[in-house]
Design a protein around this ligand. Sequence first.
Ligand code: 5GP
Length: 201
Amino acid sequence: MEETRKGMLLVVSGASGTGKGTLVSRLLKEDPSFVFSVSATTRAPREGEVDGVHYHFLTEAQYDELLAKDAFLEHATVHANRYGTLKEEVYSRMEQGQNVLLDIDTQGAFNVMAAAPDCVSVFILPPSYAELKRRLEGRNTERPEDIERRFANARQEIPLMDRYQYIIVNDDLDAAYAQLRAITLAEKQRSNRYFPVVPEA
Ligand code: 5GP
């Protein structure tokens, strides 16, 4: 059947250590209609992170230049580093019918919700604060003060969950992923995004 689709803007937030990254990577791998919006950041790359794939890693001066050019759809300072969603990562792809996934913090998410009210928003929760702390400490990629900052940030962000359309508790990765998949499958079929043409024969 002939059909056209309008791209979905999927905003996913959740504290570091909730398994958000794993859920997002799995969705991108299993559903090629989704593309990841690579954010700009002034944070230093972690081991294994690739410039242009995980983030566009920028100097403060490069980031300021983009800000001055109005290149960001939203931007925020998170854990003392600057992060921003680039307009060019989002709009052209949505026009082509691709679904664009943003992995951004709550400040950025609220700005996107205001600018793009038809976005789909999902908040990922840890099963408990104790488990979140364990996961953060187990990562071994962060300094103790960074772990503390990320944990404190989670305590601030989690009470904002009701401003998102959907909430997923990541207690069991497969179950959490099944919920994310169900949300995206249903949202793709909304009549404001999906336009099939019924043939005569
Ligand atoms: P991390 O340093 O662990 O990669 O990310 C830290 C936080 O910054 C996460 O909550 C992540 O979702 C958020 N983040 C990443 N990119 C962006 C962005 O472009 N804008 C905003 N507002 N937050 C972002």
